[in-house]
Ligand binder design. Structure first.
Ligand SMILES: Nc1nc2c([nH]c(=O)n2[C@@H]2O[C@H](COP(=O)(O)OP(=O)(O)OP(=O)(O)O)[C@@H](O)[C@H]2O)c(=O)[nH]1
Length: 150
């Protein structure tokens, strides 16, 4: 018997790579989607669409440099999980990594707002829909209440 699958969704599948940069204090970098784009004003992890012929890691090295002027080393990109999310006009598949070491200082190059967020704060931010479960998974792995130490 043929398995039942939803026939509603007809859009393309879009592959995007995302990365949570984590600083020495355990805070995570999030960026705000700019005006004029879908989900403007919501927060997400740095990254972007995987181009043909690119690995997700290569996408992240390219995107993090283009968007934030930082260079993660390929070996420092640690797979965390992936998102599979149905937006209205496309289905997102998004391998998501964490990275704790990179070269350079975070300098947004596209005018986008950025924020270093503590674990307990990322889950409260208005995030793009696909990132809500990712933020919860990430927060569960980060130290809690770190801001009250030292
Ligand atoms: N970079 C990034 N994109 C995400 C995340 N979560 C999520 O749903 N997306 C979605 O993935 C899609 C593609 O990401 P993108 O960064 O290339 O988006 P964009 O609109 O700037 O694309 P563009 O370069 O065609 O203008 C967007 O619709 C974006 O909302 C995330 O955490 N990081």
């Amino acid at each position: 018997m043929t398995p039942q699958v939803s026939k509603k969704f007809k859009g393309p599948v879009v592959w995007v790579a995302a990365c949570a940069l984590i600083d020495a204090d355990g805070r995570v970098l999030v960026t705000q989607r700019p005006k004029g784009k879908d989900h403007a004003g919501l927060w997400e992890f740095p990254g972007g669409k995987i181009e043909p012929g690119e690995s997700p890691e290569q996408t992240l090295v390219r995107e993090l440099y283009e968007e934030l002027s930082v260079e993660p080393c390929l070996d420092c990109l640690e797979p965390l999980t992936f998102a599979s999310h149905a937006y209205l006009d496309f289905h997102l598949i998004m391998p998501t990594y964490v990275c704790r070491q990179w070269d350079g200082f975070v300098r947004p190059t596209e005018g986008q707002a950025t924020k270093w967020a503590w674990a307990e704060d990322i889950v409260r931010l208005p995030l793009v829909p696909a990132d809500v479960p990712l933020a919860q998974q990430l927060a569960a792995r980060l130290p809690k209440g770190r801001r009250f130490l030292t």
